[in-house]
Design a protein around this ligand. Structure first.
Ligand code: ASP
Ligand code: MG
Length: 419
């Protein structure tokens, strides 16, 4: 068995879906994980916000736009408009999702998951139907039943042990089938509700599927030639890296490289499954392979992670932050699901570069409540250079008015700077 994953950009239009068909068409023994088409997840996030505001007009308009977008792709694929039963059903459900009535407990994260999961449900319904139409027999798998998550919403982890029998049972329902189409990014929580795995989580879904099925390999089909040493949009001389090992990849993903979702590697590493990052446009190109052992990376790697906030935390009684308070601070951040990307400390200050998320202000308030002075600088970014050269160091890591923190080791320099 092999696992292929197609991201939203690869299936953003009919041409993409046709190309997917070309890639999977001749294969046997394949599980295909598909993301939501194009920018659908962003649109669904806007829908979620409209529902939260109880703005029914905006919600109806957003659903309409999504309906038109998907209908256009379908009409292009079939060369005429076509009703697909599952697609109709999902739009019906989406329309039926009302904002919680006043007085009803409103669980924002549950509503979020319920709404945004429809992107993948729609894309896989269309892809599966089109493949069948184009002569590629396949089976649509409902990942809400095949992957069991922990009881958490918006950023749930998959419970692999609980999922294994569920996924296997789903595949065994039709013993002759050997091509499966499943949604990335979604699963089912123990309480029966839908859970999502965090933005860009489809890679993680695919890795979990590969792990459970003991796949020989996993391939992520992308609109780039492979993994680059930097984002070419930000750093013009970016080059492709032919091979990476799992550990370096985790480091890169953690630093913000948009190669793959940071949780993807562990399930693969456990079973030593190689991960190929391959160009969607050309099946013959080698792409990048990620596995246990690889030849060393010869070029510096530059990663810029935006959307950061710098918190500088000091205990009001000036007790040494590090020794006495560290555990309490991190426990509190964990409670508000704040992800820390860089830690810097002095005798009385603890500086944390964290993702700017929904709950950041609540976390800051709670820290203040707990006796800390907290300074919050927004609009920050974190630049990481692995294997830096003197030239790169001089160019990017000089302390100046915009650089708030710099950390240097023998091989890596990290800079927290104002955008
Ligand atoms: N559709 C989801 C997102 O855009 C998951 C994914 O693409 O991996 O975040
Ligand atoms: Mg996506």
């Amino acid at each position: 068995m092999k696992v292929y994953k197609f991201g939203g950009a690869s299936v953003r239009n009919a041409e993409g879906v046709r190309n997917l068909r070309k890639i999977v068409g001749g294969e046997r023994g394949l599980f295909v994980v598909v993301s939501a088409m194009g920018k659908t997840t962003n649109a669904l996030e806007s829908l979620f916000e409209a529902l939260r505001r109880r703005d029914r007009t905006a919600a109806a308009e957003l659903i309409d736009a999504l309906r038109r977008y998907h209908a256009e792709i379908v009409a292009d694929l079939w060369h005429e408009p076509r009703r697909i039963a599952r697609v109709e059903e999902f739009f019906g459900e989406l329309t039926g999702l009302a904002a919680p009535a006043p007085g009803e407990p409103d669980d924002a994260e549950l509503l979020y998951d319920t709404v945004v999961s429809y992107g993948e449900l729609l894309s896989t319904a269309i892809v599966s139907e089109y493949l069948a139409f184009a002569g590629v027999a396949n089976r649509w798998i409902d990942m809400r039943r095949a992957l069991r998550t922990v009881q958490r919403h918006k950023d749930a982890e998959v419970d692999i042990e609980a999922s294994a029998p569920l996924l296997r049972a789903a595949l065994a329902e039709e013993p002759a089938a050997d091509l499966f189409i499943g949604q990335g990014f979604i699963g089912g929580a123990p309480d029966g509700t839908t859970a999502t795995l965090g933005r860009e989580g489809s890679d993680y879904s695919a890795a979990v599927v590969a792990h459970i099925l003991g796949a020989e390999s996993m391939s992520v089909w992308k609109d780039v030639d492979g993994v680059m040493n930097a984002d070419p949009k930000v750093f013009p001389d970016a080059v492709q890296i032919p091979e990476l090992n799992y550990l370096d990849t985790i480091e890169l993903a953690y630093s913000g490289a948009q190669i793959i979702h940071p949780r993807t590697i562990k399930p693969l590493q456990n079973k030593n499954i190689p991960l190929y990052v391959r160009p969607f446009g050309d099946k013959r190109k080698p792409g990048t392979v990620i596995r246990g052992i690889s030849s060393p990376v010869e070029v510096p790697i530059l990663i810029l992670k935006g959307g950061q906030v710098l918190l500088t935390i000091r205990s009001r009684d000036l007790s040494f932050v590090l020794e006495e308070k560290l555990g309490a601070i991190f426990a509190l951040l964990e409670r508000y699901r704040i992800r820390t990307n860089l830690v810097h400390n002095s005798a009385v200050n603890l500086s944390l570069c964290v993702d700017d998320t929904w709950h950041i202000d609540e976390a800051v308030a709670a820290l203040r409540e707990a006796g800390f002075d907290v300074m919050k600088s927004t609009d920050m970014e974190l630049l990481t250079i692995r294997g830096y050269t003197e030239e790169l160091f001089l160019r990017y890591a000089q302390i100046g008015p915009k650089v708030f923190i710099r950390q240097t080791t023998q091989s890596t320099v990290r800079v927290v700077r104002k955008r």
